[in-house]
Ligand binder design. Sequence first.
Ligand SMILES: *Cc1c(COP(=O)(O)O)cnc(C)c1O
Length: 349
Amino acid sequence: MSMVYQSPLRLRLDSAALLSNYRWLREKSGSAACGAAIKANGYGLGAESVMNQLALEGCRDFFVATWEEAQQLEAHLSDDISLSVFHGVRREDMDIALASRARPVLNSAEQIARWKAGGGGPCDVMIDTGMNRLGLSLDGLDMGLFEGLEIDTLMSHLVSADEEHHLNDMQVMLFRDIAKKVTAKRYSLANSAGVCRGEDYAFDLTRPGLALYGGTPHPDCEIFIQPVVAPQAEILQRRTVRGGESVGYGATFIADKTMETATINIGYADGYARIFSGSGAAMKGDARLPVIGRVSMDLVTIDVMNCPDLKEGDWVDLDYDLGYTSLVSGLSQYELLTRLGHRFERYWV
Ligand SMILES: *Cc1c(COP(=O)(O)O)cnc(C)c1O
């Protein structure tokens, strides 16, 4: 008898779509190598499996945010497979960083000094060209900082590549300029939206994240990027609700006639936001099953009038088209992906 817990909540992940998105981004990167941002557990999909699949497809450069994330991938690093840690090194990170094959992306004079004092080794460096978030400011930049640093990749990050914004051209110009002055093996600027903008943005190495996972940061890429992530939930109970009765907390939904509902195993604790109360939907094939009443912590009720045969134990897909869902919910495509919680059983097909 199997004692393995089977989750009533699954994340169906499409391997062919992930690889197809990668190949498209690599093609759009032109002569530049195409890396992959796999921070935040591969945007919620699972960093390790994303890394393994993309590495088999020829991807050589990966990016995470923290050393905790790097440690979980350490076993997969080699002379061939490189990993950069965007947040650089805090004092608390130094022992782990020095023992790791991953490289810190040094963001400040303090981090550079710390890295040098610790004996250093290959590193990346982030230059701020307009984001004002992380990275060395160009203003009064002391070139002496770079002496003795073994810089693999010099990078900067785009502010608004998903929109027509004057900062785009300016950032390319500023980055080209600093690239001439600071010696590094490679130069890297573009995230997903930057890759969509074309080869001027690609330099030697691109760093897409969102578009790999089916996000569409730029209208030009919408028809090429395929959805990768599909949340699925099991029906826990089916019931009949009579006209005049309410459904869920706060009695926000009142049936105007006798109707059939199903309660499914997903809620805001799983990342299915409360904003989908009365606006989200599940799908069974082509049938759309609207969410009625409020999203609870672990449960959602849907209208199943269209599906007389659906019963306890059956599965439905959540409507989670990233572009559309982002538009109607006000949540960014990044949030929609990264909020999907730990109760999902993630499986690749
Ligand atoms: C997250 C991140 C990326 C990837 O961005 P997407 O918009 O998801 O493609 C690239 N570079 C840096 C510095 C990042 O923080």
